[in-house]
Ligand binder design. Structure first.
Ligand SMILES: Nc1ncnc2c1ncn2[C@@H]1O[C@H](COP(=O)(O)OP(=O)(O)OP(=O)(O)O)[C@@H](O)[C@H]1O
Length: 447
């Protein structure tokens, strides 16, 4: 699967990228938290098997909802977080295998710019000391050479040499971010992870910092992974974009294509949430229901299946009303929560005695979700069966029936990556296979 993704991604894209070499090759990378058993139970699957390349000199955007694993992925690429599995190759060296002096020596090649310049700078150090610290750590040059280099760096990022002896609190947010950037440039890295570098700044200052980052890239041939919430910034500065959901890359490809003609239902949903400049525009917004699942309990099959607006429905229920499908989705979420809930002893005793507990409200949930709807007989009898199992606290069986009757390949199997354009754009969705309608056709029909 990932091999397919990687090979076709490498062949292609713009002429500019064709000339470029791969700087970072990421293969089936996983970062799980709590694997050691320290927290007990299941690990948080923050990054759950991603494969892609980053090309020399490009800006690759990384977008997705809060908690989908963007920062963890960025940190793992710099070995600030240990990978649970997979590879991160820079110039052919798998850095997940490095330790001790080799890792220390490698680290100077790659740096991170953080979102919040207020908390990432030590207020008790002068600007000069902050920018110079990495040089001292790597025993770079004489003290005189270091001072000169730092002053040069301050100049490069648009600050003045006399700022050397000032303290961070004497600067505005934008200037503080410039200090952070000067520090990351000190050791002349090739690759930088920019983690929401402008999100904490005033809108008026954001453009200045973006321009600075673009100028630095041009001047020093830097490669960026640009993590962001704000899709308009990504559209402006990134050559390619990777869309992340629940630890997976759902779509990756050239920015213009991905914004103008998204392939994956999740990309459709994210883009559709951006307010349109034309208030008279009539295109319907796709509403993403609920929140992403807990990465400790990712769903089976496609990671996006619990919220997907283009989910494949079984043919026998193809005509079922959208509102009924929404109810079925919510019922499934409720059952999953109940399945995971750790019932207290008191609740279990009350259940034995046939008394009401907070888990006994499944009839109420059913009424709330479906009471006002006209459900065809065949679907209604399946729903009755599901509710009966749930009322007996047999959520496993209730969910098994729900998946068997109302589920599809989306809940049962993980998708493969498909190439969805001539540039090699990749999308992770069952709907790209021959026998199913394309996501955009289904979304047009349903919305
Ligand atoms: N040190 C940690 N220990 C345990 N879980 C963590 C840790 N760091 C992050 N997580 C969890 O891993 C998941 C991914 O978090 P991450 O911060 O990488 O997401 P993100 O997409 O960068 O979110 P945001 O946009 O809010 O910064 C989340 O569920 C988060 O709670």
């Amino acid at each position: 699967m990932s091999q397919n993704l990687v090979e076709s991604g490498a062949e292609v894209s713009s002429d500019r990228r064709r000339e470029r070499e791969k700087l970072v090759e990421i293969r089936n990378l996983k970062t799980y938290y709590g694997e050691s058993g320290l927290f007990g139970g299941r690990p948080v699957k923050a990054v759950d098997g991603v494969s892609f390349d980053i090309f020399n000199g490009e800006t690759l955007g990384l977008v997705g909802e809060s908690g989908c694993g963007k920062t963890t992925l960025g940190r793992t690429l710099l070995q600030l977080e240990d990978a649970t599995g997979g590879e991160v190759r820079y110039d052919g060296t798998d850095i997940t295998e490095l330790s001790g002096d080799e890792l220390y020596q490698w680290r100077r090649n790659a740096q991170m710019v953080f979102q919040d310049p207020d908390s990432s700078l030590n207020d008790r150090m002068t600007v000069g000391e902050i920018v110079r610290e990495p040089l001292d750590v790597y025993e770079w040059g004489t003290p005189q050479e270091c001072r000169e280099h730092v002053k040069e760096l301050l100049d490069i990022v648009g600050l003045r040499p006399e700022h050397y002896y000032r303290y961070p609190h004497q600067f505005s947010g934008g200037q503080r971010q410039r200090i952070g950037i000067a520090r990351t440039l000190a050791l002349e890295p090739d690759f930088m992870v920019l983690d929401e570098p402008v999100s904490a700044l005033d809108v008026s200052v954001q453009a200045e910092i973006i321009n600075l980052l673009e100028d630095l890239q041009e001047e020093f041939g830097l490669t960026y992974l640009f993590i962001a919430h704000d899709l308009s910034v990504v559209q402006h500065i990134c050559d390619r974009v990777a869309v992340m959901y629940l630890g997976n890359i759902m779509e990756i490809g050239p920015t213009d294509e991905l914004f103008n003609n998204p392939a994956n239902p999740y990309t459709h949903s994210l883009l559709s949430a951006i307010p349109k400049p034309d208030p008279t525009a009539t295109a319907d917004r796709i509403t993403l229901h609920g929140t992403p699942p807990n990465p400790r309990y990712p769903p089976n099959g496609c990671p996006f299946n619990t919220r997907c607006p283009a989910r494949i429905r079984p043919p026998e229920y193809e005509q079922l009303d959208d509102e009924i499908w929404m109810g079925i989705n919510t019922l499934r979420d409720v059952l999953l929560e109940r399945q995971r809930a750790d019932r207290s002893l008191r609740e279990r005793i009350r259940e034995r005695l046939g008394r009401q507990t907070r888990f006994a409200s499944v009839d109420e949930t059913y009424d709330d979700l479906f009471g006002h709807l006209n459900i065809p007989q065949d679907a209604a009898s399946v729903l009755d069966e599901i509710v009966d199992y749930a009322a007996d606290n047999d959520e496993d069986q209730a969910l098994a029936v729900l998946t068997e009757e109302f589920g599809s390949v989306c809940e049962k199997e993980s998708p493969e990556y498909s190439t969805v354009s001539e540039t090699g754009r990749q999308s992770f969705c069952h709907r790209h296979s021959e026998e199913h309608a394309r996501p955009s056709e289904v979304l047009d029909e349903r919305y």
